[in-house]
Design a protein around this ligand. Structure first.
Ligand SMILES: [Zn+2]
Length: 109
């Protein structure tokens, strides 16, 4: 079953960016509440997704590379409707080296 202590080192096969863990908005019917996705806005998979969705569905949406279950590596596209979609659900990795660059202004002093 799950082994939380196991180090997960997942990379996007499209842009080689490390995948980031995020919490599913409502579980989505997935067995794993935390999944992994590529949040690199320069990712070819994500960038081409906008054109693909528009051509096929006339939808202004795209998708990011997502691994639903790191244990099996099962991948499934994560639909997003904006560059910021799902970002707020990224689980901050407890890494002291993480250099967060908050673009959003703080809520006052
Ligand atoms: Zn990527």
């Amino acid at each position: 079953m799950d082994s939380p202590s196991k180090h997960v080192d997942l990379k996007c096969p499209h842009c080689a960016a490390p995948l980031l863990p995020f919490e599913m908005p409502d579980g989505g019917g997935w067995s794993k509440p935390v999944q992994w996705a590529c949040f690199n806005d320069e990712c070819s998979y994500y960038r081409e997704g906008w054109d693909w969705m528009w051509e096929h569905y006339r939808a202004k949406a795209s998708y990011r590379y997502r691994v639903a279950d790191p244990a099996t590596g099962q991948a499934a596209p994560l639909a997003v409707w904006s560059p910021q979609a799902i970002r707020s659900r990224i689980v901050a990795a407890p890494s002291p080296e993480q250099d967060r660059d908050d673009e959003n202004p703080a809520n006052g002093p």
